[in-house]
Write a protein of this length. Sequence first.
Length: 159
Amino acid sequence: MKKLIVTSIIAFSIYACSNPGSENKDGSSQSKVNKELTADGNPSYDPKRGEGKFENIELPATLDVAMAQSGKQIYEVKCASCHKLSDERLVGPGWKGVSTKHKPEWIMNFITNPDAMIDQDPELQAQLEICLVRMPDQNLSDDDARHLLEFMRQNDGVQ
Ligand code: HEC
């Protein structure tokens, strides 16, 4: 059931993005879908933590250089086509400042579980309206996600 709802939200979003002028006509159906999702077992979405398995990620004060290097390699293969390292938008928002704007658990939950969060997170919904593309699930392992986070911290000046 949940899968069906999520699939129909994706279909709706793709439709809405390819027809940016027409989305308000049908805006009511989008909010109805979101209400159903909330009723379906997640009444308390936490916009600081996001939704997923990561909770209270402890970060070292200094950069783990090896992790950041591995994260950079994953970035180049799986993320660079849509994200710049500056604050400039490509397909998705630029990454400058992303590691300070969000809590580490939000980032790790989002990049390993983007679909569920795009459906519920107010900031991601706002970004979707600008970007008109849903960030795809990149099948990241937990380690990939942690390494990418370290690379984002390096990009934001952690040494
Ligand atoms: C096909 C394009 C695309 C790819 C590839 C992609 N993203 Fe995204 N990303 C987006 C879009 C678009 C958004 C804005 C939210 C939305 O509309 O889904 C986003 C948002 C984000 C955000 C939130 C940014 C903010 O400022 O709040 C993070 C973090 C992120 N992506 C990380 C990643 C990582 C890590 C990868 C690679 C593993 C990746 N993305 C690959 C398109 C992409």
